[in-house]
Design a protein around this ligand. Structure first.
Ligand code: FES
Ligand SMILES: [Fe+2]
Length: 345
């Protein structure tokens, strides 16, 4: 892809707005003693721990451009794997072995803002980030157990975010697992924008005609799909006793057509131990994810074949309009908005 194509593609995916945000670079448990490499919005990063804080430096040694992420952490600094130049958390070269030990007070490697929150390492490429990473109530609620994983998706930010929150593809892409073709249900959905999030609430669904619902759910009272800027897609299922299941997927753009998706599942604790739930739930979600990865890859390839998207949207595309609004303007409407429609899925 030429530079021109790349910038056109980033314009389509809201590059300006995306650059000002916080993203999950990795789960906290992914970062141990050794540095790791991640790419956020086309920017290669070397992440390492300095005590309790996490440091993000540009993953390129200024000497001969070796990847710092292949180096070692020594006394809170990152040592380049090639000639051993050592960089502190601010990107200053503090040791330069060889002919002399000359060091510099200048920052010669770019460093980025980081924070650790709710089991995730967050990074922002902009020195003046917009807001804080979103916080969700289940992450600190002891009545929920959780487990996490990461995966990648070949898609634009908006197309992948829409896919996770969209119900209308499920009878076709996930037939038998989430919903089944030919066993449609009619129910109401309320779409609302409030508290800086866009939400679809599905009412009176009961159980869906798919294996996931049959195996893992009590009778559902309602479920929610939420786009929570800047990067969170959330699914919440509730029963008469409250929240039962939450999927939080944090989307981190690697470039304009590839995303890292860092997910956490929260399940209400019960007599069944979490490790067993994890063993039961994981194969289903892996299968669902593979199906979504496949259709998203086909969609992106076809968009490129046809020289960009030519979308015809309809009222069943519940949240895509709000995702696009946010990507265009960097905000959702301040005043609450709400409408209701019936769906047949
Ligand atoms: S390339 Fe890093 S010290 Fe030479
Ligand atoms: Fe899906």
């Amino acid at each position: 892809m030429s530079d021109g194509d790349e910038s056109k593609d980033f314009a389509r995916t809201g590059g300006d707005v995306l650059r000002r945000q916080w993203y999950v670079a990795c789960h906290e448990h992914d970062l141990k003693h050794a540095p790791i490499a991640r790419t956020v919005l086309g920017c290669p990063l070397a992440l390492f721990r300095d005590g309790r804080t996490v440091v993000a430096l540009s993953d390129c040694c200024p000497h001969r451009n070796a990847p710092l992420s292949a180096g070692r952490v020594i006394e809170g600094c990152l040592q380049c794997p090639y000639h051993g130049w050592r960089f502190d958390a601010n990107g200053r070269c503090v040791v330069r072995p060889g002919v002399n030990q000359a060091t510099t007070q200048e920052t010669i490697v770019k460093s980025f803002r980081t924070m650790v929150q709710d089991g995730a390492v967050w990074v922002c490429l902009n020195h003046d980030p917009e807001g804080q990473p979103p916080r969700r109530p289940w992450s600190a609620d002891p009545s929920f157990g959780s487990f996490r994983w990461s995966d990648s998706v070949d898609a634009s930010f908006a197309d992948a975010m829409e896919n996770l929150l969209d119900g209308t593809h499920t009878p076709f892409v996930h037939s038998g697992l989430v919903r089944s073709q030919g066993k449609s249900q009619v129910f109401s959905v309320i779409v609302r924008v409030r508290d800086n999030m866009a939400e679809a609430e599905y009412l009176n669904e009961g159980k869906q005609a798919g294996w996931i619902s049959r195996l893992f759910e009590r009778n559902r009272s309602s479920s929610f799909g939420r786009f929570i800027p800047p990067c969170l897609a959330e699914l919440e299922y509730t029963s008469t006793r409250g929240t039962e299941f939450v999927l939080n997927s944090y989307f981190t753009p690697i470039d304009s057509n590839q995303l890292q998706v860092h997910s956490a599942i929260y399940l209400r604790r019960s007599l069944i131990p979490m490790f067993l739930k994890r063993m039961l739930v994981t194969p289903f979600f892996r299968r669902v994810l593979r199906q979504d990865q496949h259709i998203l890859r086909l969609q992106q390839q076809n968009i490129r074949r046809h020289d960009g998207p030519h979308f015809q949207s309809w009222e069943g595309d519940l949240l895509r309009g709000w995702i696009d609004t946010w990507l265009r303007t960097g905000e959702l409407p301040q005043s609450d908005q709400e409408y209701r429609l019936d769906l047949n899925l």
